[in-house]
Write a protein that binds this ligand. Structure first.
Ligand SMILES: *[C@@H]1O[C@H](CO)[C@@H](O)[C@H](O)[C@H]1NC(C)=O
Ligand SMILES: *[C@@H]1O[C@H](CO)[C@@H](O)[C@H](O)[C@H]1NC(C)=O
Ligand SMILES: *[C@@H]1O[C@H](CO)[C@@H](O)[C@H](O)[C@H]1NC(C)=O
Length: 819
């Protein structure tokens, strides 16, 4: 339970749960604006200029940046971007597709094992306890194949797209179910396919005879007219084959599971249909639809096929404007096109990453291919508005609704956009398909407000919101998050040769990038020149062993024990160096004046100033600075009843922090990821003695080194593996994280290529660490079926949430030695 609170952020400013009605949907937005303008006029006359100014300030947090958006209107439309129109952009479900539209028609898969205790599968849930699921191959655009290991059987889900017409073309699905044990009694399974509208468009069912739904025709604003075919499957193993369907309404996409579940549970009643093999199973019944829940937002049609495994089901989507179709995309034709895409991807992957040449076995190559496939196959398209707050509005308000095309950290646990994760995601995505990376960057930067702030967790639309506890939804506009998008830009612009696509992006993005830089430089600055401080730390020093810094991305990594304005954070300072460097490059490429970025970059990379602000001789490493004491502990406080008090009125015991020695201004004695940052972002000159000292810590098994990767906090550090509260287990206080390990490997590689006294040391460490990371992640994947959020520093075991094919997928780049 605690873990899902991570990354949600900003508890310092956490507002009380809003009692307001839910925020307006996209359609209501213009009405809201109108009301806003009216209230502004009324406000002007009622409160005069002061009230008006207050109102302007309150609205500012939700006012978008004035520059023209990087993505022109309609740039995701089927006319402008046909290849990316349809996609598996619903990472939160095991299998589903939608278009890159605000109110897309969505399609999805559910299944239900009718043997044993039936359980319906739909959205990716850790509690389903699947032995593995994820894309084996997915090229991000044309096709994908996924393997889902349920209890006793495996489902393979494939899709192939075909270009044609004016509305994003056709696609076909093939679902193949195989029992694990072919000799075991046959297993009866239902495959359920649904198509639903999201507030616009129409769907019409067409029957073949009384019971079998054979197709659905429909129209929608961006799809035009379309037909979905349900060809009759060739029959399951036992010959048993039944069809059910449901045509109904539901109040929103996040209620689809409820609708199906309630229809199924009413109907455990169906004698099996067209064979003598009569048995009962859970089936939908369209003649007795489940009671409607509130509004009728979505029209939904569900097609259920029940059969014995092994079996195979196909579903075909055909676009109405596709006139010269060379035959339907099913059966042998589907197999042929699938094989063609598969071969293209294998060839491209080989040419791109050279893993065979580096000596990897075919199985390890498949592992890297799966890591990449889950990264691009996990990209989603979301639409909606964030809830935001600033010091000027006591109640959260809605951000303007907008689309977001982004990768996600975890399909089960974090199926939405996270700002700092995305910068890491794009390092891999850009190497596979730069277009996808430019697209994501553009979407993210277009979310910037006029101050230059980007909400760091994007919970867009009711489907996304239904997964996040209400009190974590609101984003606070003083909170930053590491500007890792500069990391992706740095890579995309490396060598200073940019594709025309990239150059066009930069031209449009330039005003936003400038404002973004200025927002960080102006709001996250420290008291001393060239020092920086994360805002938004926990203020409640009684509750936490060490108040968290969620904004830094490193949540509970130890910082100064007593947050204050005197603090300076070395990781943020290093991010700012990177930002200045990339801005200077962008200016050079565009022929703009980049003098101020160059100057800032020179000043910030001055190693002697860096050492003065952040080198702690006692720690032998770089460090944060602030009001700090090491002598703190969590202790139980057990209030005693005052004489005469009813014992029931005595407050329960609680764990609170006690400070045994008062804090004073000093360097924070925590050795770990933060103290490595000047090395991680390669700011140290190759002959800096500090480089040698940091590498000594890296290789020290009593400090940072493990056989599985570099741990986040030194074993010798006082807060190593310490809980932060009763309910908060250690997160960035020991476990191994792959994004940071990628930066370590990358920096070692870089320093091993530069002349200097530590070159050999860097090379040795590089080779050892790279092998350790690859062998452990590969072994854990083989054993558990997943990539994980983090890895245990004692056993190497995957832990935290899974699958986590966000930045843990960077292992593919480590294998390919692409840095
Ligand atoms: C975008 O597309 C819609 C519908 O296709 C059209 O009505 C609208 O005018 C287009 N907007 C722009 C700016 O091209
Ligand atoms: C960042 O802020 C500092 C302090 O205000 C200023 O001196 C510096 O010029 C700024 N950097 C850029 C690139 O604007
Ligand atoms: C450090 O924190 C303590 C406890 O909150 C406070 O009394 C003290 O004034 C702080 N010192 C500085 C220099 O901020």
């Amino acid at each position: 339970m605690t873990r899902d609170r991570r990354r949600h952020g900003g508890s310092e400013h956490r507002p009380p749960p809003s009692r307001k009605p839910p925020p307006p949907s996209g359609r209501e937005w213009s009405r809201v604006l109108l009301v806003a303008i009216l209230s502004c006029v009324i406000g002007l006359s009622a409160f005069g200029y002061g009230g008006y100014k207050k109102w302007i300030l309150a609205m500012k947090v939700a006012t978008l940046h004035p520059a023209p958006p990087i993505l022109p209107p309609n740039s995701s439309s089927p006319a402008a971007s046909p290849h990316l129109f349809w996609g598996s952009y619903r990472p939160q479900v095991y299998f589903g597709m939608k278009t890159r539209s605000p109110r897309s028609v969505v399609t999805g898969l559910m299944w239900l094992s009718q043997s044993g205790s039936p359980s319906l599968r739909h959205t990716c849930e850790q509690s389903d306890g699947l032995a593995g699921y994820g894309w084996l191959m997915h090229d991000g655009v044309n096709f994908g194949v996924q393997e889902i290991k349920d209890k006793g059987f495996t489902l393979k889900t494939e899709f192939v797209k075909r270009a044609g017409g004016r509305h994003g073309g056709d696609w076909s699905w093939r679902i193949v179910g195989t029992p694990d044990d072919p000799s075991a009694p046959s297993r009866l399974v239902s495959i359920l396919f649904y198509v639903a509208t999201d507030g616009q468009g129409s769907l019409t069912p067409h029957m073949d005879g009384r019971d079998r739904l054979s197709l659905v025709t429909g129209t929608s604003e961006e799809l035009g007219s379309f037909t979905i075919h349900f060809p009759k499957p060739g029959g399951g193993a036992g010959g048993h084959l039944s069809f059910n369907h449901l045509v109904t309404f539901c109040p929103g996409l996040h209620h689809i599971t409820d609708v199906v579940r309630s229809s199924l549970s009413d109907r455990f009643n169906h004698p099996a249909a067209d064979t003598g093999n009569k048995r009962r199973y859970f089936g939908l019944d369209t003649h007795h639809p489940p009671p409607l829940l509130g509004s009728e937002h979505s029209h939904i049609i569900i097609h259920q096929v029940t059969l014995y495994l092994p079996a195979q089901v196909e579903i075909l989507f055909e676009s109405g404007s596709f006139a010269q179709r060379p035959g339907s995309l099913s059966g042998a034709a589907l197999s042929t096109e699938f094989q063609m895409h598969k071969k293209n991807m294998e060839d491209r992957f080989r040419e791109r990453f050279h893993l065979e040449e580096k000596g990897f076995m075919p199985e390890q190559v498949s592992f890297a291919q799966a890591a990449l496939s889950n990264m691009v196959g996990g990209m989603g398209h979301f639409y909606g508005s964030s809830l935001v707050r600033s010091r000027h509005n006591p109640e959260p308000i809605s951000y303007p609704p907008a689309p977001l095309y982004t990768a996600v950290p975890s399909r089960s646990f974090f199926p939405r956009g996270f700002l700092w994760d995305e910068g890491f995601h794009l390092l891999l995505i850009a190497r596979w398909d730069p277009t996808l990376a430019w697209q994501s960057l553009a979407h993210w930067l277009d979310l910037m407000n006029s101050d230059g702030w980007i909400p760091r967790e994007q919970i867009l639309g009711p489907e996304a919101r239904s997964k996040v506890p209400a009190e974590f939804v609101v984003q606070w506009d003083e909170n930053a998050n590491p500007p890792t998008l500069f990391l992706s830009l740095q890579q995309l612009l490396a060598g200073e040769t940019v594709s025309p696509e990239g150059l066009q992006f930069l031209r449009r993005a330039f005003p936003r990038l400038q404002t973004w830089y200025d927002w960080f430089n102006g709001t996250q600055n420290g008291l001393l020149p060239y020092s920086y401080r994360w805002r938004g730390r926990d203020r409640d020093t009684l509750r936490f062993l060490n108040p968290k810094t969620l904004t830094s991305g490193l949540d509970d990594y130890p910082r100064a024990s007593h947050p204050s304005d005197d603090e300076r954070h070395v990781d943020l300072r290093c991010w700012m160096v990177l930002a200045a460097e990339v801005m200077a490059t962008v200016c050079r490429l565009l022929g703009e004046d980049g003098k101020r970025y160059e100057e800032s970059h020179v000043a910030l990379t001055d190693n002697s100033l860096l050492d003065k602000l952040h080198w702690s001789e006692r720690l032998g490493a770089y460090a944060d600075y602030g009001n700090h004491t090491q002598n703190v502990a969590l202790e139980w406080e057990r209030p005693r009843p005052v004489p005469g008090q009813d014992p029931r009125d005595v407050p329960p015991p609680r764990l609170i922090r006690v400070v045994r020695k008062p804090p004073r201004l000093q360097f924070v004695g925590a050795l770990g990821y933060v103290s490595l940052f000047p090395f991680l972002l390669q700011l140290l000159s190759p002959d800096s003695p500090k480089l040698g000292r940091l590498m000594d810590h890296l290789r020290d098994a009593d400090r940072l080194w493990t056989p599985y990767g570099i741990r986040s906090l030194s074993k010798s550090s006082p807060l190593f593996m310490q809980r932060n509260t009763e309910h908060d287990p250690p997160y960035w206080r020991g476990p191994i994280w792959i994004n940071m390990n990628y930066l370590v490997v990358r920096a070692l590689h870089r320093y091993s290529q530069m002349d200097g006294p530590y070159r050999e040391q860097a090379l040795g460490l590089y080779r050892e660490l790279r092998v350790n990371l690859i062998s452990n992640l590969y072994r854990q994947y083989k054993e558990s079926g997943f990539l994980w959020e983090q890895y245990n520093d004692r056993t190497g075991g995957g832990q935290g949430c899974h699958p986590f094919t966000g930045w843990s997928a960077l292992i593919a780049l480590v294998m390919a030695e692409e840095y």
